[in-house]
Ligand binder design. Structure first.
Ligand SMILES: Nc1ncnc2c1ncn2[C@@H]1O[C@H](COP(=O)(O)OP(=O)(O)OP(=O)(O)O)[C@@H](O)[C@H]1O
Length: 268
């Protein structure tokens, strides 16, 4: 099977995200090994891979929370390490996988913290409007005055997504945004990303369910054994060969409206 590596070139700065030969290890545990890929602006790219394949580590390296042992990363042509806080938060938004709320801040104040890059000492009316608009976009209809800690897991997840939307970055990295969301909210969120946020924003999201991913995503990249597999552009990304290689599981792929449904092979 031909898996094409995405072409990379330091001169090409039209990419929203450019990752070149990144390697990262935790105390000798090699997690990322020569990872290279590019993300086109305005697209919704979905990252898939098994538990422990290094997806969150890759995101944490991209946003600068972890320092790679090797490699280069550019966001809209700019090396993130050379940017100050404001420029960085205007370029890049990040929803981490885990968030532990301790203080009972009101929902709207949690979302307002997403405006940190835009706000001076005191939030302006446009910051409050951006926060409320982000909540509305996600269909959050419970009171914005409610303490965040009183919300359900799925409601908290939506509020955290609203916070990063209120930030209005050019590139948004979402680590499992559909975690804790029900079937309706998960589909609504991915639809919102694909049809409303993109193409103004570029979104890269880790999604575990290949069906949700293949239904909503524009582009796909797979992580396996510390390396990125880019689908062959001549073939659909949901080829059973590729899916089986990534997940190590025999699957049936059912074509559906130019997309596909992935089913675990019964009895396999
Ligand atoms: N802080 C850490 N210290 C040491 N090892 C870590 C640390 N964080 C992650 N790892 C290890 O690195 C590997 C990749 O973890 P990572 O969280 O990036 O995977 P993932 O693909 O995001 O997994 P999941 O789908 O379960 O969220 C795993 O083997 C994990 O045990």
């Amino acid at each position: 099977m031909k898996i094409s590596k995405i072409r990379t070139s330091a001169e090409e700065t039209s990419d929203a995200l450019w990752v070149q030969d990144v390697a990262f290890a935790y105390d000798g545990l090699k997690v990322l090994q020569g990872v290279s890929f590019r993300v086109s602006p305005g697209r919704f790219t979905v990252v898939l891979g098994r538990n422990g394949s290094g997806k969150s580590t890759l995101f944490r390296v991209i946003v600068g929370l972890l320092k790679p042992q090797r490699g280069s990363i550019r966001v809209f042509g700019r090396d993130l390490h050379g940017l100050g806080f404001r420029d960085r938060t205007r370029l890049l938004g990040f929803l981490p996988q885990q968030h532990h709320a301790i203080f009972p801040f009101r929902v709207r104040d949690v979302v307002l913290t997403g405006r940190a890059a835009h706000v001076g000492l005191i939030p302006k009316s446009e910051d409050r409007e951006a926060a409320m608009e982000a909540l509305a976009q996600l269909g959050i209809d419970h009171p914005a005055e409610k303490p965040y800690t009183d919300l359900s897991g799925g409601e908290q997840q939506l509020v955290l997504i609203a916070r990063v939307l209120a930030q209005n970055p050019r590139l948004l990295l979402l680590d499992e945004p559909t975690a804790h969301l029900d079937f309706v909210n998960a589909n609504r969120l991915l639809e919102l990303i694909r049809h409303s946020l993109c193409p103004k924003m570029t979104v890269v999201a880790i999604v575990h369910d290949p069906n949700l991913a293949f239904w909503h995503g524009d582009d796909f990249l797979f992580l396996a054994e510390g390396r990125v597999l880019i689908p062959d552009p001549q073939r659909p990304p949901w080829s059973s060969e590729l899916v089986q290689r990534v997940y190590g599981m025999v699957v049936d792929i059912l074509p559906w409206k130019n997309r596909a449904v992935v089913m675990p092979k019964v009895g396999s």
